[in-house]
Design a protein around this ligand. Structure first.
Ligand code: PGA
Length: 254
């Protein structure tokens, strides 16, 4: 299985800071089976593409999309525009989109469909809040979020036929809090997600869908998380803003 080390810059690093990051990022060259991905702010995407060198082996994506291809949606960004700007992946349903901006499962489904329409690889983020976890609702919540996309006839068929798809498990209580899920916590949730993918897509196809862990991943805990069963990569927020720390996390995948 290919490993994916992804950085979500959130609302940090405008074009100048993005250029500075790329001038300092030394890819650890972790091997051919490791993909390095950054999700900069959309305004920094072209600066990233212009500054990145082939040797860094980076791919770039956007952090959010609007479901429509174009129209009167002030402030929004379509999948087609992101692809035209050079993005190849898109985060969909990040917990900040769900909990700060009120994004629903139905919207994430439409956004995955939009990503496919434009040829982008969607990275569907799922995760439970602390109250949901305490109420014993981990499985119900993350599988509901996955099913919204997998259970849709059109997107489900695209995924089943092998169109690239990734899932990121990000427990909301571990995002930006310094509170990390243990490798055992991550493995438990990833096992649930893998089982659901296998049920919907069959074992072979499900085995080709990378499941990333996200939530306070740092250079010192990345190795342990990446060694956990069914953890195929990491989605890193804060620690991806510094080129040395992102490189150290990527090195842990090798
Ligand atoms: P964090 O963010 O690594 O800063 O916790 C992860 C994410 O939100 O993708």
């Amino acid at each position: 299985m290919t490993r994916v080390i992804a950085g979500n810059w959130k609302m940090h690093h405008g074009p100048s800071a993005a250029r500075d990051f790329l001038s300092r990022f030394r890819s650890p060259d972790p091997g051919p089976d490791v993909r390095l991905v950054l999700f900069p702010s959309a305004v920094s995407l072209s600066a990233c593409l212009e500054s990145a060198s082939g040797a860094q082996g980076l791919e770039f994506g956007v952090q959010n999309l609007h479901p429509e291809a174009s129209g009167a949606f002030t402030g929004e960004l379509s999948a087609e525009m992101a692809a035209d700007a050079g993005a190849t992946l898109a985060l969909v349903g990040h917990s900040e989109r769900r909990h700060v901006f009120g994004e629903s499962d139905d919207e994430t489904r439409l956004k995955v469909a939009a990503a496919y329409r434009a040829g982008l690889t969607p990275v569907l983020c799922v995760g439970e809040t602390l109250p949901e976890r305490r109420e014993g609702r981990l499985q119900e919540v993350i599988l509901r979020q996955l099913d919204a996309v997998l259970g849709d006839e059109a997107t489900g068929a695209r995924i089943a036929e092998g169109t690239p798809f990734m899932v990121a498990y990000e427990p909301v209580w571990a995002i930006g809090t310094g509170e990390t899920a243990t490798p055992e916590d991550a493995a438990e949730a990833h096992r649930m997600l893998r089982a659901r993918l296998e049920g919907g897509l069959g074992r072979e196809r499900a085995g080709g869908v990378p499941i990333l862990y996200g939530g306070s991943v740092k250079p010192d805990n990345a190795g342990g998380l990446l060694a956990a069963p069914d953890v195929d990569g990491v989605l890193v927020g804060g620690a991806s803003l510094d080129p040395d720390s992102f490189a150290a996390i990527a090195a842990a995948a090798g």
